[in-house]
Each structure stands twice: as structure tokens, then as C-alpha cells.
Design a protein around this ligand. Structure first.
Ligand SMILES: C[S@@+](CC[C@H](N)C(=O)[O-])C[C@H]1O[C@@H](n2cnc3c(N)ncnc32)[C@H](O)[C@@H]1O
Length: 271
């Protein structure tokens, strides 16, 4: 399926796109500044704009209003808040994160208003976000049965995970997705184009420390920002029975002039 090349989306997809306009940002639930900053947003408008942007991508890739959805690394609910305006009361949304204060806010403010939105803490270690977590991302088993979800997403999460954690999370995603279910995940991908931009200083981020399959910005706290070799990611997806849907959607982070979003993103489908 090459949705990126379609000029006229099929009818079901047109209905989904029509359905999502998004409320005015001033009408949306908004977390306190420290919980917006946790996910990299300085202002409420920018915070909500990212939610609206990604829900539109999800609908382009077939997210249905009645879907069962898993939001991995949901932070303070930036995408969940936008999804409350798209998903129907019959849908099921599950979000987890490793920062308890963010999850407490989501439970108090979002689940109390939308009881089909559930949030839970996963006490997983990450030197940047949760340095004392007792479980590594490479060991963590998602608390969901096999083949539970129609749609899984990770926005700006694999950009903070090291390879052993990425590998386990991809295996877990393949396990909990239904056959034919889809996952949208953002990355910083190293390929010929982004490496040239990095080498000539056009990138927003300098990934100066290289390892076998990834690069980091800060070797003391590597999870601050992680860039993966694109062929390594592609191979991991194939090894987990996840096929890439349409073209990879490259982002502006490295200074490229033609882009879809800020980070790169890949949409995959469980075979
Ligand atoms: C830049 S924020 C993005 C949050 C959210 N996805 C969004 O787009 O608003 C990165 C998030 O990843 C979470 N995170 C980091 N490591 C994680 C892990 N191993 N499992 C789940 N979440 C993780 C962090 O706690 C943080 O909330």
C-alpha cells in the first residue's frame, strides 16, 4: 500500500479525514508548563499543534475512530488530547510512560473525562527520563495480550532509546499488534542525505558520537537524543514481521529542505 502516492484517498479514509478537524487549541485540556516541556513544547499552541499534526497522519494511514490504540511513551498526553476529538466512545486508548507525574496528570485530567482513555506507569530505566527505573527497556514486557491493538504509535520515543531497548520494543509492538495492524514511529534516521547535512553542519542536532548502529549527541546521557542507521531499523522491522508502508516520511531535523514533519517517521504493518 503506497498511501504517500495516492491522489484521492479511498472513501473510508476520506470519512476519517473529514471527521478530524481538531478543536481550537484554547478549548483543549493543557498540562502545566513543566509537563509541556517534558515533551519538548514551550507553548500551549505548539504543544497542541503537534497533537493535531500526528492525528492527521494517523488518519492518512487508516486509523479508524473505533480502533484500539496503544501510545508508547505518551508523556503528558500531547497526542492523546488530540485523539479525544477523533476516537469514538467505543474505541480503546491505552498510553504508558516512565514519568509518573505525567501519567498522574493524564489520569486525573483525561481519563476522568474520557473513560475509554487509560494511562499507566511503566517503571523502565532511561538515563534521561527515569534513571532509577528498576527494569531495562530491553526486559520490559508490555502488559497486553498478543494481537490486541489496531494501531500503535511512538512520537519522539525511539529518539530516546538505545538499541537493546529499541529491539525489544519492536518485538513487543509486533506481538501486541493485530495482524494487519499498523504502527507509526518517529526516528532520527542516518542515511546518505542526513549524514551529508550532519557533516556540513546544517542539522539542528549534532550526533558526534558513533556506535555500531547508532549515534548520540551526549555520551554521558546517551538517551538525550539517539539517531539510528536507517538500514539497521529497516532490518529490525523485517526481522519482526513488520513491513514498511509507503515511503519513509523524512523530517526537517537534519536541515533537509523537503520534509513531512520535524522527525522522520515510518509506518509499518504487522504481516
Ligand atoms: C519527547 S517525549 C515525547 C512524549 C510523547 N510521545 C509526545 O509526543 O508528546 C519522550 C517520552 O518518552 C518517554 N520514554 C522514554 N523512555 C521510555 C521507555 N523506555 N518506555 C516508554 N516511554 C519512554 C519519556 O518519559 C517521555 O515522556
Amino acid at each position: 500500500m503506497t498511501l504517500g502516492k495516492l491522489t484521492r484517498p479511498p472513501k473510508g479514509l476520506r470519512d476519517n479525514l473529514r471527521r478530524f478537524r481538531g478543536n481550537s487549541y484554547s478549548d483543549r485540556l493543557t498540562p502545566p508548563p513543566e509537563l509541556m516541556q517534558l515533551v519538548g513544547s514551550i507553548t500551549a499552541d505548539k504543544y497542541h499543534a503537534v497533537g493535531t499534526e500526528f492525528v492527521r497522519y494517523f488518519t492518512e494511514y487508516g486509523l479508524s475512530p473505533d480502533a484500539s490504540v496503544l501510545d508508547i511513551g505518551c508523556g503528558s498526553g500531547r497526542i492523546a488530547i488530540a485523539l479525544t476529538e477523533f476516537l469514538s466512545p467505543g474505541a480503546n486508548y491505552q498510553g504508558f510512560d516512565i514519568v509518573p507525574s505525567a501519567i498522574e496528570w493524564c489520569q486525573r485530567e483525561i481519563s476522568s473525562r474520557y473513560n475509554n482513555f487509560e494511562f499507566y506507569v511503566a517503571d523502565v530505566r532511561n538515563r534521561f527520563y527515569n534513571p532509577n527505573g528498576p527494569v531495562t527497556g530491553s526486559q520490559y514486557r508490555f502488559p497486553h495480550d498478543d494481537s490486541t491493538f489496531d494501531f500503535v504509535f511512538l512520537t519522539s520515543v525511539f529518539t530516546h532509546l538505545l538499541p537493546a531497548d529499541l529491539e525489544n520494543y519492536l518485538a513487543e509492538i509486533a506481538r501486541v499488534l493485530k495482524p494487519g495492524g499498523r504502527c507509526l514511529a518517529t526516528f532520527f534516521l542516518a542515511n546518505d542525505e542526513s549524514l551529508e547535512h550532519l557533516a556540513t553542519g546544517r542539522s539542528d542536532i549534532a550526533f558526534d558520537y558513533s556506535f555500531d548502529h547508532h549515534r548520540v549527541m551526549n555520551p554521558e546521557v546517551p538517551e538525550f537524543a539517539v539517531c539510528y542507521d536507517e538500514p539497521y531499523v529497516t532490518k529490525l522491522l523485517a526481522n519482526n514481521g513488520l513491513s514498511v508502508l509507503g515511503p519513509v516520511r523524512y523530517g526537517s531535523w537534519c536541515g533537509r529542505k523537503q520534509f513531512t514533519s520535524y522527525q522522520d517517521f515510518i509506518v509499518m504493518e504487522r504481516q
